[in-house]
Design a protein around this ligand. Sequence first.
Ligand SMILES: C[C@H]1O[C@H](OP(=O)(O)OP(=O)(O)OC[C@H]2O[C@@H](n3cnc4c(=O)[nH]c(N)nc43)[C@H](O)[C@@H]2O)[C@@H](O)[C@@H](O)C1=O
Length: 375
Amino acid sequence: MASESNGSRSESVTTLNSDSIAVEMPSQPRKVALITGITGQDGSYLTEFLLGKGYEVHGLIRRSSNFNTQRIDHIYIDPHNVNKALMKLHYADLTDASSLRRWLDVIKPDEVYNLAAQSHVAVSFEIPDYTADVVATGALRLLEAVRSHTTDSGRIIKYYQAGSSEMFGSTPPPQSETTPFHPRSPYAASKCAAHWYTVNYREAYGLFACNGILFNHESPRRGENFVTRKITRALGRIKVGLQTKLFLGNLQAARDWGFAGDYVEAMWLMLQQEKPDDYVVATEEAHTVEEFLEVSFGYLGLNWKDHVEIDPRYFRPTEVDNLKGDASKAKKVLGWTPKVGFEKLVKMMVDQDLKIAEREKLLVDAGFIAAEQQP
Ligand SMILES: C[C@H]1O[C@H](OP(=O)(O)OP(=O)(O)OC[C@H]2O[C@@H](n3cnc4c(=O)[nH]c(N)nc43)[C@H](O)[C@@H]2O)[C@@H](O)[C@@H](O)C1=O
């Protein structure tokens, strides 16, 4: 989908939009948003949300030999369709400061959402330097690009930093904006640095910069190596007979799991306030991984104990045992509330992954792939 650059700026830009999204026709000039991490779960939901509000949405994507735009393919519109194509993609990287400043100068966004990350906690123990470079220093590079662009141009840019409940780490619940951080992984420590860089740029330079401290948020678009999606993908395949076992780590960890589609609205609301601030976004309900297994397997009439085996390779060197947010500030100030609860979220994910497994089964039965392959 994305076109290779031939050196001219317009050719390096791919433009996307949605036929399926009801786009508001604003009476004022369109607002312009820039999203890092647009190809991720949150980036795709935020793009849909902002297009629905009448924004022009620009996304920064990393160069890869394979396209990784599956989550936004459904909102693709050919760039030649100039009036309809309101989503545009540009090659850049949080590790490349010059690319960040250049795209800010070209796009001149009203709002910047920094969602990009190496976001897998367990993987951050394997690639700690890279995680810190992207998550911590990457946020600093983007803040500095925003600061220098606004100083030079006199324009105002509102900045959203994707923070994480992982920053609370071993501090017991309920966790709110005033709860001390005690990070338990390179990922979490990097998110703490990004959080404080954002606070510092707000205090030092008067930047309109907000931290959203989001608790776990899932969806049918969740990456397949996060525990919820790993479970629902395997469950679908077990149900249709493509596999029998699911290998997991610590089942006693408790998380406050919400729906990603609900959480992107909170990000946007933070940037619509008069003053920049930091907010916890959470459902205020916690469930263990084991409870997730109970509800998901139970929904398809299966007993998880017949299928789940513990593999110590999925234990983390330091675990975060218990996360449960106190979102009262977001509720009061932003007027935000989550719409999708735990059971509905689980069912939404299982329903989709059962359909995917049924399609895989057809391919296996027709001899196109082996049962152990996941296309
Ligand atoms: C808010 C926060 O949310 C996410 O981080 P996470 O909570 O680490 O998410 P997860 O789904 O990888 O793990 C949840 C729990 O599940 C346990 N667990 C057991 N067995 C497996 C297992 O087999 N795989 C995985 N991945 N986890 C397992 C694991 O030990 C942990 O206790 C990211 O979006 C992060 O970017 C972020 O910011």
